[in-house]
Design a protein around this ligand. Structure first.
Ligand code: 9MR
Length: 369
């Protein structure tokens, strides 16, 4: 099967047309298939960077690699820059995976962001037995300094701290009780940003968080805790430059509620940039029928992106994967009926889905940055 530089095949064109004839709704496959331009170009028209996450492993799939390099202007490694990959032992750093990805991205003029320097997830097996209240701060600082210096001038932005707020943990400041919090103290967040800035004064430093969109009291408390933290950091001249909104959302959610809108305005008013860092859309209750599901998922993409792109601070849109062939949702959050999940702009056969058109429409309709 031959794939042209936009990732479309003769076969997929025919199948896409058939799907449209069957009625895929406003985000049918026709426009994607008829378009000679990749999503990165529609985003660039408006001063926006579009891309998707990547791993070295999936790039071995050459058809996928063609699609990825044609569609994306920016990427972020899904695993290569996490502690469990970079730190095989307490004393050794292994940059081979990250360097390989960086080289590949550079040769295709794709920017590579960094994810993530401080997180409780993806810690290596040796961590729990090795880290303690005496050495954890030094270990964190050594990690940040070594990794950020290694990529200084190459990686333009870092998720310095990831998912640090969890209201359910019951602390008044809303911070999640993680090994970092327990061993370094709540100031670990500000310390991490300072260290990253020292290691690369030109990098854009981002606080990355999930589940900020929902309505209701719990989400409102989470937004308030994040906002209070970011406000304090700005006041104290801590070098934080952006908020990453992961955007792992469900098709059934109302993601355009007043609380979330107010929050985005308040974050913008702090002078921070806002990045959509890990977008995908799941559906919980939709029937298996693919046309129905695609319509739901695509219209949620359209709604979400149109809403987010009203804010000029949003200049980066990254999906967590590009094709349903490789998505964490398939393994971490599969459908109960075991039908394949369809959360991304290309399906498992690398055919554009209605999501592709939804993203393009949102880019076409937004103002230029
Ligand atoms: O998609 C990633 C999955 O492959 C990894 O096993 C997992 C643990 O490293 O992390 C997943 O990515 C997460 C990201 O790093 C932070 N936000 C939530 C993402 C999905 O779980």
């Amino acid at each position: 099967m031959n794939v042209n530089r936009h990732g479309w095949t003769r076969r997929s064109f025919l199948m896409g047309s058939a799907a449209t004839a069957a009625g895929l709704g406003i985000f049918g496959a026709t426009r994607a298939l008829a378009s000679p331009r990749p999503l990165r170009a529609y985003a660039a028209d408006k001063g926006i960077l579009f891309g998707s996450s990547i791993s070295g492993q999936v790039l071995k799939d050459s058809l996928y690699a063609d699609l990825f390099t044609s569609q994306c202007a920016i990427t972020v490694p899904e695993g290569s820059l996490k502690w469990d990959t970079l730190r095989p032992t307490p004393y050794r750093y292994d940059f081979s995976g990250g360097d390989w990805l960086y080289g590949m991205c550079k040769s295709h003029e794709i920017l590579m962001r960094g994810h993530t320097l401080v997180w409780e997830g993806a810690l290596p097996k040796w961590f729990a037995a090795t880290a303690n209240a005496e050495n954890a701060r030094t270990m964190m600082l050594d990690h940040i300094s070594t990794v950020v210096r290694h990529y200084a001038g190459k990686v333009p932005s870092w998720d310095v701290v990831n998912e640090a707020v969890q209201i359910e943990d019951g602390r008044p400041d809303g911070l999640k009780i993680t090994p970092w919090l327990r061993m370094v103290g709540p100031e670990y967040i500000e310390t991490a940003f300072q260290a990253a800035h020292e290691a690369d004064p030109h990098a854009t430093l981002v606080y990355n968080e999930n589940w900020l969109e929902p309505e209701g009291a719990g989400a409102e408390r989470k937004r308030n805790a994040v906002l209070t933290m970011l406000t304090r950091m700005k006041k104290n001249n801590v070098p934080v430059h952006g908020l990453g909104i992961q955007s792992h959302v469900y098709a059934e959610m109302n993601i355009t509620g007043g609380g979330f809108k107010r929050f985005l305005q308040q974050v913008s008013d702090l002078g921070l940039s806002i990045m959509i860092t890990e977008m995908d859309v799941r559906e919980k209750n939709a029937p298996g029928d693919i046309a129905i599901r695609d319509r739901l998922i695509a219209s949620q993409y359209y709604k979400y992106l149109s809403f987010m792109l009203q804010f000029p601070a949003v200049k980066t849109v990254i999906t967590w994967g590009l094709s349903d062939r490789y998505t964490w949702i398939a393994t971490h959050n599969p459908r109960l009926d075991a039908m394949p999940v369809r959360p991304l702009p290309y399906d498992a056969e690398l055919r554009p889905t209605p999501v592709w058109d939804a993203i393009r429409s949102a880019f076409e309709e937004t103002r230029r940055r």
